[in-house]
Ligand binder design. Structure first.
Ligand code: AVJ
Length: 323
């Protein structure tokens, strides 16, 4: 037997070590990038809540008022005894509107990566909807996961994916997500998706460059998180928030631009920045009703309904999976 030198095993949770390897990989790439999903630590989630209340940031307000206005119509797509499965449920604020409008739902399955959040929310939902079976699942919505037996046993399943979270995926990832959702929900399923629409650049640029600077704080908080959790040496006043609508690719891009040439240490690595070099931190893809339907059709979802607001800023789209 040959003795093998063992590497020291870092004292970290699996989440932390994936965070570290994702961050190092992104910062060593050209151009530099970081995955948008890491925005949402406790501080980042609070900053996002503040974004949703900004005058310039229309999507959340728009979607919630549409869910209220069209709840009865949307509920017509929810069959008797169905289980509602929400992908990335968070606070379940939007699902509550559907739950109130569709009393024939038998079960609600909030799926989220954050365990504490859904367990706490489940207790409140059970109190507010005593007839409903609330069956939380802790899982990464991008990967295959198992539904609870009671949801599998329901006559049919209805997926719910609000918030234009689908816009954070690259189009090929959005397509993979839709395919995964079809596999999880099964034949006869309906999927209700909230999607931000293509619109004039001025509206989009304002929504991601708010006057109060909350979106800038949200973006920069990713560096604070890296400093705290990975021992990074980012100096926040040497990076600047950049956000703009990329018309060719139908997406809002967020970046953090280094104001000078500098070196930053992260997890034992040294990263060089040129003056003006950026880290690409987020894409927020915008769709038309037709372009999302085309993507969905490609993986077997047929359009069964679409709603937009008076300005055509936001859409709620429904699809059915024949199987
Ligand atoms: C939660 C992904 C829908 O893309 O508009 C808000 C996140 N980023 N402001 C979005 C976000 C900057 C948001 N999503």
């Amino acid at each position: 037997m040959v003795a093998v030198a063992r590497k020291r095993i870092p004292q970290q949770s699996p989440e932390t070590s994936t965070f570290e390897s994702d961050v190092i990989e992104g910062l060593r790439s050209t151009p530099k990038s970081l995955p948008a999903k890491y925005f949402y630590d406790a501080a980042g989630s609070q900053l996002f809540e503040r974004i949703t209340e900004l005058p310039e940031y229309y999507p959340t307000r728009c979607e919630i008022s549409m869910l209220r206005d069209y709840a009865a119509d949307i509920a017509k797509l929810i069959p008797q005894g169905a289980a509602l499965v929400e992908f990335g449920s968070g606070s379940s604020r939007k699902a509550r509107i559907l739950l109130s409008a569709a009393p024939k739902l038998a079960a609600y399955v909030p799926v989220d990566i954050c365990r504490e959040m859904i367990e706490q929310e489940a207790a409140e939902l059970r109190r507010d909807f005593p007839q409903l079976k609330v069956l939380p699942v802790t899982a990464d919505i991008c990967k295959p996961f198992d539904l609870p037996d009671e949801a599998k046993g329901a006559p049919v399943r209805v997926g719910f994916f609000p918030g234009s979270t689908i816009g954070n995926f690259e189009p090929h990832e959005a397509s993979a997500f839709l395919r995964n959702a079809a596999n999880i929900l099964g034949a006869g399923a309906t999927l209700i998706v909230g999607v931000d629409l293509i619109k004039p650049a001025e509206v989009l640029n304002a929504a991601y460059n708010d006057k109060a600077g909350v979106t800038a704080k949200f973006n920069l908080n990713l560096l604070t998180r890296i400093n705290r959790e990975l021992g990074g040496t980012f100096r926040l006043n040497t990076f600047e928030h950049h956000a703009f609508y990329n018309r060719e690719r139908h997406r809002v891009e967020m970046h953090l631009a280094s104001l000078k040439r500098q070196k930053v240490k992260v997890g034992g690595e040294t990263i060089d920045f040129r003056a003006g070099e950026t880290i690409h931190t987020e894409n927020s893809y915008k769709y038309s009703v037709e372009s999302l339907a085309a993507l969905a059709r490609g993986v077997g979802w047929l359009p069964t309904g679409a709603w937009t607001d008076a300005h055509r800023y936001f859409s709620i789209q429904a699809f059915r999976f024949a199987g």
